[in-house]
Design a binder for this molecule. Structure first.
Ligand code: SF4
Length: 267
């Protein structure tokens, strides 16, 4: 079995939701424009580092979704996202703070780790390069609001960055955040992950895989209504036995798939 950060974090959010998604094959329908746009934007970033025409790449990639019936947030349109993306690429190029040597090797970097019991853990890192001259692994994010920068050090608690640090052995991490707002902004956030955090994450992966393989899938949404995870859970219709909700939010693949870890590529 191949595991990924997305799978482990979904199990930790709610084991029942993990079972619905990865064992029973219930997948969320892809209706969010922002998610598809983020993927197109990251493809354009790859073109930028390969010294290709990144604006044309964004237009081509996002153009494939021009007539798709996405859910757009209030005030968003296909055109508006395209213009925001072009402005962000221009700002990023002007800033010139990120270097990716040998982009064919250091973009979408696949890392595999063999776990006890024969399973594997896979991660795809967005990039390994330099931010402001410091070698680090890099995660790109597109968002509509700035990421918080205080209190100092809070980024070092980000579980996905800890995961990437664990699987690469690289302690320096950077989050480059492309903020799609009226005046587009790029944030360059850096942090350091400690060896102790990497060891703790390794233990977390091992215990989580053990629980999954032992078939423990009790539901627990963590926080009480109305702030609990159920309110934003794609599988809510299944837990409530509400067929309308199921039909609106989910599609079902035939059983589990060995390719579920590919979710990692779109996270
Ligand atoms: S609706 Fe709540 S209990 Fe059910 S799978 Fe989702 S998070 Fe878990």
């Amino acid at each position: 079995m191949v595991y990924s950060y997305t799978q482990i974090s979904q199990y930790l959010r709610c084991p029942r939701s993990y079972r619905y998604r990865y064992m029973d094959g219930w997948q969320e329908k892809e209706t969010r424009a922002a998610l598809a746009f983020g993927r197109c934007f990251e493809t354009a970033l790859g073109a930028y580092f390969r010294e290709e025409d990144c604006g044309a790449t964004l237009f081509r990639e996002w153009g494939a979704y021009r007539d798709t019936a996405f859910d757009y947030k209030k005030g968003e349109t296909w055109d508006r996202l395209l213009h925001q993306g072009i402005h962000l690429l221009e700002r990023f190029a002007q800033d010139n703070r990120v270097r990716i040597p040998d982009p064919h090797q250091n973009l979408q970097v696949k890392k595999l780790s063999s776990r006890t019991g024969g399973s594997q853990f896979v991660s795809y890192l967005d990039a390994i390069g330099e931010v402001d001259g410091v070698r680090c692994f890099i995660d790109w994010k597109t968002t509509t609001s700035r990421y918080p920068e205080a209190p100092a050090g809070v980024l070092s608690l980000d579980p996905q960055l800890i995961c990437y640090s664990w699987i690469t052995g690289i302690s320096e991490a950077a989050l480059v955040v492309f903020v799609r707002k009226h005046a587009p902004e790029v944030q360059y956030l850096r942090t350091t992950i400690s060896g102790e955090q990497r060891q703790e994450f390794c233990r977390l992966v091992e215990t989580t895989i053990n629980q999954i393989e032992a078939g423990h899938f009790n539901p627990h949404s963590g926080i009480r209504f109305p702030r609990n995870g159920c309110m934003s859970c794609a599988h809510l219709g299944l837990c409530l036995g509400n067929e309308q909700l199921v039909a609106a939010n989910l599609i079902r693949k035939a059983g589990a798939s060995d390719l579920d870890w590919l979710d990692e590529l779109v996270d």
